[in-house]
Ligand binder design. Structure first.
Ligand SMILES: Nc1ncnc2c1ncn2[C@@H]1O[C@H](COP(=O)(O)OP(=O)(O)OP(=O)(O)O)[C@@H](O)[C@H]1O
Length: 599
């Protein structure tokens, strides 16, 4: 009944929301749906055929009932009605069975397509450049994964089967009516313009409205995540009122759009009710006139009236579903918009074949345009070398580490890893050449062994234990209630920060990248944790080209070379001894670091 109007939805990017992820246009949605349908063509054909048979069988009942009415009107013998009654019974049973099987097939088709679409979306979303997600706000991505997927799931489970059934019933009933008596079919079309105009009116208003609703909900969720996620900072800087205002503005916008939706739906039903009233009156009057002048039997008029009854219910159902279909379509446009983003270039060479050198040339990076956090960075790390990045907090160490790991793309300049230019080929070109341990070490909920196998899915338990041993974690791992099978993370056995970092280092050993970048969270100097982690890191980095963001200067002193960053620029570089002798910034940092601490 409803033609996809994704084009209109695609245009729904209200001003001020320009950073949001893209929304697909009509042809892209049709293309994606076509591709999904093609991959399940036999299931689709089977479901369609069964629904066709079920609806066709249903159409035989009104003429048979009309025939029964004629038999009774002509006062025939009672036994003449046995056959038609049995036929009606058989048809009803046949229709019930074919409808049930057809709907099951249709459900399987819809769920399969939905699952495939969701997989594609997640696959694509996981590989989106981080800047793109940050620019859109993670709320946008979250809203698409949660709201939009559930809108489509609802449509697939409820609207799609009913829409298919209603569409088939309308078409076949109209054909049945023409065969029965064309005059009734002609009368049926009298109210059609009202339906057509109602649908047009509704679509004109609903598509932009629902797309705007999705955008407003995304913006509202993003704001809520921002405010709740940053609650600590919000409180520290007394930004509560400002944040509550922002949440209020976005919530009000979302609420206003919801209310406009309710008003629109009410108007839609008013028009449909009027059409139904008009249609029903016309049918009854026509039947009365035709039977009166003898040009139709009571049986035919009865069958025609029943056909009408058959027709108006699915028409209303189909038109009612326009609403769900529009909502689902706006959601679909937002899912397909992400799945259709151009894929990252494939990894053509494995990291193991590449020369593990790092070359950073003329790199500049800005998170906020016009505010560089790194400028004119030139750095080369030869194969097997271990280089430390040192500098005050905010100097840009983590940013440089992330650029080299391919997490962010530099605003300018080039980064070459193993002769592969990241800026040209994209970070996925070298994903298995480089491993990063960032400050946000995450322990995934589940058995410890699964957590380790993220880095090497096929590793045997012995291999996992060997890696755990190298990072000095064997003792505590074996002391866990179920050893490697112990459930850790959220809801399981809680690991200390040091233990989580040891696991991250063990994962690095298992993944075995030729270049390793270490940006561990700070551990107090001289603490047992720091000592354990330093020797674990030394083992994990053995034989690799390494860049270490040195939060403890003892880490830096153990490296082949030290690069000192200050306010986004490299200010010194050399070995520990050279830099101490030069008596510059590093020497000052070192003196401050190694000075006896008050106890
Ligand atoms: N995602 C981001 N968006 C905007 N600014 C950022 C972002 N990440 C870092 N910055 C800013 O970039 C500058 C450099 O930060 P970076 O984390 O690289 O420094 P760092 O030397 O690693 O500091 P630390 O030792 O405290 O981790 C800082 O001013 C920081 O506020």
């Amino acid at each position: 009944m409803t033609e996809p109007h994704g084009d209109a939805a695609a245009r729904q990017q209200p001003t001020g929301q320009a950073g949001l992820l893209p929304t697909a246009d009509g042809p892209a949605i049709r293309g994606a749906l076509g591709a999904l349908l093609r991959s399940a063509r036999w299931l689709a054909a089977g479901a369609f055929l069964l629904m066709l048979v079920a609806t066709g069988l249903g159409l035989l009942i009104p003429p048979l009932l009309g025939y029964l009415v004629d038999l009774v009107a002509e006062q025939r013998a009672a036994d003449t009605i046995v056959l038609p009654v049995l036929l009606i019974l058989g048809i009803a049973i046949g229709q019930g069975i074919t409808t049930a099987v057809g709907l099951t097939r249709l459900a399987r088709l819809g769920e399969g397509m939905l699952a495939e679409l969701r997989e594609r979306f997640v696959r694509r979303a996981l590989h989106l450049p981080l800047e793109r997600v940050e620019q859109a706000g993670s709320g946008d991505l979250t809203a698409r994964v949660t709201n939009d997927v559930s809108m489509i799931a609802d449509a697939v489970r409820n609207a799609l089967p009913e829409l298919a059934r209603s569409g088939l019933t309308i078409v076949l009933t109209l054909i049945g009516m023409i065969v029965l008596d064309w005059r009734f079919a002609a009368v049926a079309l009298v109210v059609a313009p009202i339906h057509v105009l109602t649908v047009r009116w509704y679509q004109r208003h609903a598509v932009p409205l629902y797309a705007a609703q999705r955008v407003a909900t995304g913006a509202q969720q993003h704001q809520l995540l921002d405010t709740v996620g940053g609650a600590h900072t919000v409180r520290t800087f007394r930004l509560g009122t400002a944040h509550v205002d922002k949440v209020r503005t976005r919530s009000t916008r979302a609420m206003e759009l919801m209310l406009r939706g309710v008003r629109l739906v009410t108007g839609f039903y008013n028009r449909l009710n009027f059409a139904e009233l008009l249609g029903l009156s016309t049918v009854l009057i026509t039947g009365f006139v035709l039977v009166q002048n003898g040009s139709a039997t009571i049986g035919t008029a009865t069958a025609a009236a029943l056909y009408f009854h058959n027709l108006f219910n699915p028409i209303n159902a189909a038109l009612r579903l326009v609403d769900d279909a529009q909502v689902a379509l706006a959601s679909l446009a937002r899912l397909v918009g992400v799945t259709e983003l151009p894929p990252q270039p494939e990894n053509t060479r494995t990291g193991q074949q590449l020369d593990p050198t790092i070359k950073v040339a003329n790199v500049r990076h800005e998170y906020v345009p016009g505010q560089p956090v790194l400028r004119d960075i030139d750095l080369e790390v030869a194969a097997g070398q271990r280089v430390a990045l040192v500098g005050a907090s905010g100097a840009g160490k983590t940013t440089l580490a992330k650029l080299i790991a391919g997490i962010h793309a530099p605003s300018r300049g080039s980064i070459t890893l193993g002769e592969v230019d990241l800026t040209e080929r994209g970070p996925h070109a070298i994903s298995d050449l480089v491993g990063l341990i960032s400050q946000e070490v995450h322990v995934f909920a589940g058995p410890l062994a699964d957590d380790l196998r993220l880095a090497k899915p096929k590793a045997a338990d012995e291999e996992l234990l060997a890696a755990v041993d190298q990072v000095g974690a064997r003792d505590w791992v074996q002391a866990l209630p179920d050893g490697l099978a112990t459930v850790v993370g959220e809801g399981g056995h809680r690991l200390t920060v040091t233990q989580a970092q040891q696991l991250a280092l063990a994962r690095l050993i298992l993944a075995d990248p030729r270049i390793a970048i270490l940006d561990e969270a700070t551990a107090d100097a001289g603490s047992a944790g720091a000592r354990v982690l330093e020797s674990a890191a030394a083992n994990a980095l053995a034989g690799r080209t390494a860049l270490v963001v040195a939060h403890r200067l003892t880490q830096a002193a153990a490296c082949d070379r030290i690069v000192v960053l200050d306010a986004g620029a490299i200010v010194e570089t050399g070995t520990h001894d050279e830099l101490v002798a030069a008596d510059g910034r590093y020497a000052r940092l070192w003196r401050a670091w190694s000075a006896p601490r008050p106890t």
